[in-house]
Design a protein around this ligand. Structure first.
Ligand code: PRT
Ligand code: MG
Length: 216
């Protein structure tokens, strides 16, 4: 049996067509069940929180999974240790991880070498690495959602968050001032499964690779 961890929402929606192209059809997608069968008796899907996908895959609760690079790199920044096996960039759920501030806030001054900035984010590991590399002292404020509110209420000077169209920032009078990294979702593999279930995994990975649209 191969167990694939997915999160509901954009990753699930964007992964289904790729699975279909690989001959896998997920059943009962609209049920409340957390384990979904597929047309293949040897493949099932488990539904977990986006940020729990690396944990499931790392500890063998799933053989493989799909997660945003933001989630994967933040997980690695928090846990340390070896990076996860990440054989395929699925090029879905694309966005970028950026710094945003209130309109009119002097960001260049706030990130001058040796300066100090208050940053609210869900991505404390990635934000810490980013500002450390710039030689900027950062006070990190961990939030779990609605990051955009932090600069507006004076909780923080800046946020580090995902941006896609930019309309959420715009609606809250924030401006993007720096990009940390471009994001897409990747397939991740449990290292033990990669060895022990190689026979079953290889053809699946190959068809998935072929289903990913070539870079334009
Ligand atoms: O929602 P939940 O707490 O369960 O988990 P989650 O928020 O991590 O899951 P989900 O499904 O929202 O996001 C899963 C993955 O989708 C993320 O880890 C990213 O890799 C990817 N992704 C792609 C995005 C976006 N685009 C995106 N725009 N994730 C979130 N957003 C949010 C962003 O945080 C901001 O609030 O959308 C807003 C900005 O969108 P624009 O279009 O207004 O710029
Ligand atoms: Mg969300």
């Amino acid at each position: 049996m191969l167990t694939l961890a997915l999160s509901k929402g954009r990753i699930f929606d964007d992964t289904l067509p790729l699975l279909k192209a690989a001959g896998i059809e997920v059943r009962d997608a609209n049920s409340r069940a957390l384990i979904l069968p597929t047309n293949r008796p040897d493949v099932r899907v488990v539904l977990v929180r986006a940020s729990d996908v690396p944990t499931y895959v790392q500890h063998g609760g799933a053989d493989l999974g799909v997660a945003g690079l933001d989630v994967l790199l933040e997980h690695e920044a928090q846990q340390g240790g070896a990076p996860m096996l990440r054989p395929i960039d699925l090029k879905i759920a694309t966005c970028r991880l950026s710094v945003a501030v209130r309109k009119g806030f002097d960001y260049p001054a706030a990130v001058r070498q040796g300066a100090r900035i208050r940053v609210a984010t869900k991505y404390t590991g990635l934000a810490r690495q980013h500002f450390a590399a710039k030689g900027v002292h950062v006070d990190l404020i961990k939030l779990y959602g609605s990051m955009e509110l932090a600069p507006l209420t004076g909780l923080a000077d800046a946020i580090v968050d995902l941006v896609s169209t930019g309309s959420t920032l715009k609606a809250n009078e924030l401006v993007e001032v720096e990009t940390l990294l471009p994001i897409s979702s990747h397939l991740v593999l449990n290292p033990v499964s990669a060895k022990l279930k190689r026979e079953a995994l290889q053809p699946l990975l190959q068809t998935l690779r072929e289903a990913v649209p070539a870079a334009s």
